[in-house]
Design a protein around this ligand. Structure first.
Ligand code: ATP
Ligand code: MG
Length: 579
């Protein structure tokens, strides 16, 4: 660890330093991928605390995913040491949960209230039948929403969807509370600000007055959540919203990309150009490796052929799979001149694309980890165990041990007439214990952190950023991350841009958002980038012919290198290859 405080800004370039050491007041850092936005955020926070006497407990850093929050906290710990503990690093949802827990009686809840699971939502809508209740939930009519909210409140529950609206309502109704939180978090930092939605935006406005110390960071060209209500316009009007007659918002633009090789960056910049939201933006490579490999482009004949390409190329990159031990604890990072599995990511548009790639890699003995979007809390048994944990809070010991104990208790009650456990069997319970254990290990001994993570959407997978496995994740989930090697698979018209159903009409805005998603994918790569597309794919119930994505068109052909069998093969050949 570095000595705390000394030379904190030495590791930043001149523009990053301007941003990190800017005085208080609203600050917008707007810059492209890989320009060190997140790095600047952590250094600014650390610098304010270590050099300018800001108290860590006055700092609130907000990110969009739990994992991004974990990573931010880790990066801060390196810079600030143990006092990082006092900084609030949180997702928007976890922040809502925290504020509601602190003020539960004011919204008709007890401090022990819980987040409703799907089954709770269905029961709350009784006397509707399950089928009717599901339909009502899917439609989410305002009337249903209201009935639901009331019924949940009576049962001391909140649904995940209303966590933030309830928080906003609470603060709106209580100026005293607003003042209290403003005094508590005098310094607020928001990463990925381009993806805030109206409720999150309103919450920020309540927590931070115009002229306040709000540092927002983001890139309009990476706005990829409008389908969930995010509005990039909030980013574009930041200065107007948070300036006052006395305090002007400061805007800092970073221009050097430290992440990607020069050819990869050039290709990405060309790909976003047709619909960029930041015309005239500069994004210069800090890496001047103009001779670095260009983007590999693989036109596959089939989905199986595409998976095969990934396996073959992974094999080349790690220096021969057949010579490697299949024990994934082998520390391949020390292998000279070769990539390790953990350096490699496979990115795709839809979860359904992961299957064939996972299968092919696994068959070849490549360890993989897939990031899933399923909520842990929705798996059978998980909720029952979580509830047991809360009741038996006095148990002590590690969370993992307590999860096992609670699992035993719940398993013992399976099949009894307890209405919650009637449909549960013992193997569900032990599966749930296994699924919960990685999260429990990360939470250590903090039960509230563990239950909070569960409630605010912890995913099913046991994704470990340090495991030596090839990473598989959706383009959406890859935001903010970087990998030495990236495969972007399924780069086909219809998948990217995604046509959600046959014949779906798409607006120019829809297509532009898909192009930004493509841009996010390309810019995750540091050293090697491979884009592949398949000539055929099973979509909407039948095998279809697929054309390559139109998003490749603006890229200079000199930055693309066709790999593998170029010409389409005769069907007979293909048959042979697949065997
Ligand atoms: P994204 O938009 O994808 O979230 P970002 O702007 O947040 O990207 P970071 O993740 O902070 O970028 O930084 C990208 C990479 O560049 C990281 O590996 C980071 O350590 C490195 N980096 C950033 N600034 C510098 C610098 N001044 N010197 C050396 N490396 C740097
Ligand atoms: Mg970032």
């Amino acid at each position: 660890m570095e000595e705390v405080g000394t030379g904190l800004l030495d590791r930043l370039d001149a523009l990053q330093r301007v941003a990190a050491s800017a005085p208080g007041g609203p600050l917008l850092i707007v810059a492209g991928p890989g320009t060190g936005k997140t790095r600047t955020l952590t250094h600014r926070l650390a610098y304010l605390c270590a050099e300018l006497g800001v108290y860590p407990e006055e700092c609130l850093a907000i990110t969009f995913t739990r994992r991004a929050a974990e990573e931010l906290r880790e990066r801060l710990e390196v810079l600030l040491g143990p006092v990082t503990e006092a900084v609030t690093v949180s997702t928007f949802h976890a922040l809502g949960l925290l504020i509601l827990r602190e003020n539960a009686p004011a919204v008709g809840l007890t401090p022990q209230f819980r987040i409703a699971e799907e089954s709770d939502l269905l029961t709350a809508l009784e006397p509707l039948s399950e089928k009717e209740a599901r339909k009502a939930l899917a439609a989410l009519e305002p009337a249903t929403r209201e009935t639901l909210a009331k019924a949940l409140r009576a049962r001391d529950m909140v649904s995940l969807d209303e966590l933030l609206t309830l928080t906003v309502d609470l603060l709106r109704s209580s100026p005293a509370l607003v003042s209290r939180y403003r005094a508590r978090w005098r310094w607020i930092f928001v990463d990925e600000y381009q993806d805030v939605d109206p409720v999150q935006y309103e919450l920020l406005g309540l927590l931070c007055p115009p002229g306040g110390n709000l540092c927002a960071i983001g890139d309009p060209d990476q706005a990829i959540y409008s389908f969930r209500g995010a509005e990039v316009s909030f980013f574009l009007r930041f200065a107007g919203d948070f300036s006052t007659p006395d305090v002007d918002a400061r805007v800092v633009r970073l221009t050097r990309n430290y992440r990607s090789s020069a050819p990869i960056l050039a290709a990405a910049v060309q790909a976003i150009a047709p619909t960029t939201l930041v015309p005239g933006r500069r994004l210069d490579p800090a890496r001047l490796d103009l001779e670095a490999p260009v983007v590999g482009l693989y036109p596959a004949n089939s989905v199986a052929d595409e998976a095969d390409f990934v396996v073959r190329t992974v094999d080349e990159l790690v220096g021969g799979l057949s010579h490697r031990s299949h024990d994934n604890r082998v520390d391949s990072r020390t292998t000279i001149g070769a990539m390790s599995f953990a350096d490699i990511a496979v990115l795709y548009r839809t979860d359904a694309q992961a299957g064939p790639i996972v299968d092919a890699l696994s068959r070849a003995g490549v360890p993989v980890q897939k990031r899933s979007h399923d909520r842990l809390l929705d798996r059978p048994g998980v909720a029952a165990i979580a509830r047991e944990l809360r009741y038996a809070d006095g148990l002590g010991g590690s969370i993992a041990a307590r999860v096992r104990l609670a699992g035993q208790v719940v398993a013992g009650r399976c099949g009894t007439l307890d209405s919650d456990l009637m449909t549960l069997n013992e193997s569900d319970v032990w599966n749930a214990v296994d699924l919960m254990t990685p999260l429990a290990l990360r939470a250590g001994s903090d039960l509230d952190e563990f239950l909070g993570a569960l409630a605010t959407g912890a995913e099913v997978d046991g994704w470990d950023p340090r495991a030596d496995r090839v990473n598989l994740l959706t383009l959406h989930a890859s935001k903010g991350l970087e990998f030495p090697v990236v495969f972007l698979v399924g780069a086909e018209d219809g998948l990217l841009p995604l046509r959600p159903y046959a014949g779906a009409k798409q607006t120019d805005d829809d297509i532009a958002e898909e192009r930004r998603l493509f841009f996010v994918g390309l810019t995750r790569a540091q050293d090697r980038l491979f884009v592949s597309h398949s000539r055929t794919r099973f979509r909407f119930g039948s095998e279809r012919e697929m054309a390559p994505t139109p998003f490749l068109a603006p890229i200079d052909p000199g930055l693309l290198e066709r790999r593998g069998p170029a010409a389409p093969r005769k069907p007979k050949d293909r048959q042979l290859r697949l065997i």
